[in-house]
Design a protein around this ligand. Structure first.
Ligand code: AMP
Length: 170
C-alpha cells in the first residue's frame, strides 16, 4: 500500500502522515526529513534556500527507500510533474492520494509558529508559491491519468481532529 500525502508546506500533511503511519504500523517516508538528517554540507546549505532539489537526485533517493517497505506513506515526494512522471515510469503505483486542505493565511501563521531554521516569511511565501504551481500537475499526472483514488481532507482544527478525518477516509 502506497499513499501519497499532498498539501502545502505548513498544511499539517507531515504531522497527519506520521500520525497515520504510527497508527497503522506503516513507514512514513519524508524526503524533507531524509534531507534534514543528511550530514552533507551542500544539502544543509540548499535546504536553507527553500528551493527544490534536482528531480533525478531526489527521485533516486526516494525510489531506493520506497522499495524497502510494503506499506508506505509518502510525504513531500513526488513534488514536481517530472518526479510524478518518473515514479510512474519506474512502475510505482500509488493506491491513494490524500490532500490536506488549508488556506494560505493559516499556513503562514502555522509555519511562523513552528519556527524551523529555514522558516521565515520570505522563504514561506516562496515555498507556498512552488507548491501551488506544481500541485495541479501532480494531481493531473497521478490522479487523473493514473486513475488513483483521491480524497481531500479539511485541514482546519487540532491535529487530533484532522487525524480522525484522515482515518475515516483511509
Ligand atoms: P519538506 O520537509 O517536505 O517541507 O521539505 C523541505 C525541503 O526539502 C524542501 O523545501 C526542498 O528543498 C527539499 N525537498 C523535499 N522533498 C523534495 C522533493 N521531492 N523534491 C525536491 N526537493 C525536495
Amino acid at each position: 500500500m502506497i499513499i501519497l500525502f499532498l498539501g502545502a508546506p505548513g498544511s499539517g500533511k507531515s504531522t497527519q502522515g506520521e500520525l497515520l503511519a504510527n497508527f497503522k504500523g506503516w513507514k512514513w517516508l519524508s524526503t524533507g526529513q531524509m534531507l534534514r538528517e543528511s550530514e552533507e554540507p551542500w544539502i544543509q546549505e540548499k535546504l536553507k534556500t527553500g528551493e527544490l532539489f534536482d528531480d533525478d537526485f531526489i527521485t533516486e533517493l526516494a525510489l531506493k527507500e520506497i522499495a524497502k517497505y510494503e506499506n508506505v506513506i509518502l510525504d513531500g515526494f513526488p513534488r514536481t510533474k517530472r518526479q510524478a512522471e518518473m515514479i510512474v515510469e519506474a512502475g510505482v503505483k500509488l493506491d491513494k492520494v490524500v490532500e490536506i486542505d488549508v488556506d494560505a493565511e493559516e499556513i503562514t501563521k502555522r509555519m511562523l509558529l513552528r519556527g524551523r531554521m529555514e522558516d521565515n516569511a520570505e522563504v514561506i511565501g516562496k515555498r507556498i508559491g512552488i507548491y501551488e504551481a506544481t500541485r495541479d500537475e501532480i494531481v493531473e499526472c497521478l490522479v487523473e491519468k493514473e486513475n488513483t483514488e483521491y480524497v481531500k481532507i479539511d485541514g482546519k482544527g487540532t491535529p487530533e481532529e484532522v487525524q480522525m478525518r484522515v482515518r475515516e477516509n483511509i
